[in-house]
Design a protein around this ligand. Structure first.
Ligand code: DQA
Length: 158
């Protein structure tokens, strides 16, 4: 079964306790279960990870890219968290690794502070899911699956 990498950036380990009015009360373990259940229903397994370090996320994107090129994965769902707004290394890694990435944000970043309105990752993302709470992860897993099934349909929107 091909893998869906689900990669989470800084402070998402605190999900459930961190600003629940913004991010909800589900924990990262709950999100992992949601992703695993969604992926299983689509015939995929999930490799779910979180790091507070930008370089580790770069390493994982490269690893996911190699697995995707080998046909062992279909791409990655990525919540880059605060690195969305600051990192050049993450979009460079995505372009370099050449894998499809669906960017997800739990909160609706466009309703929040101005500095959250721009994501460097969005420029290289196949799609972006924003503001659906943790349900966005399930939508992103499904979106990645559908992009794999209909690659030219996805291309129509680029
Ligand atoms: C976030 C939004 C980011 O602006 C923030 O830095 C996060 C979480 C989200 O999932 O809504 O850490 O990516």
């Amino acid at each position: 079964m091909p893998t869906v990498y689900v990669l989470n950036g800084p402070n998402l380990n605190l999900l459930g306790r961190r600003e629940p009015a913004v991010y909800g009360t589900a924990t990262l373990a709950d999100v992992e279960r949601l992703c695993a259940d969604t992926a299983a229903g689509l015939g995929h397994t999930v490799d779910f990870r979180q790091s507070n370090r930008e370089g580790e996320l770069v390493d994982w994107l490269q690893e996911a890219g190699a697995a995707t090129a080998a046909g062992d994965a279909i791409g990655a769902v990525l919540n880059p968290a605060a690195y969305s707004h600051t990192s050049i290394a993450l979009p460079d890694a995505i372009e370099g690794a050449g894998l499809p990435v669906v960017e997800v944000h739990i909160s609706n970043v466009h309703r929040r502070e101005d500095f959250r309105h721009h994501s460097h990752v969005s420029r290289v993302a196949a799609g972006v899911v924003v503001g659906f709470g943790v349900l966005g992860y399930a939508l992103a897993v499904r979106g990645l699956h559908e992009l794999g099934r209909h690659p030219t349909a996805g291309g129509l929107f680029r």
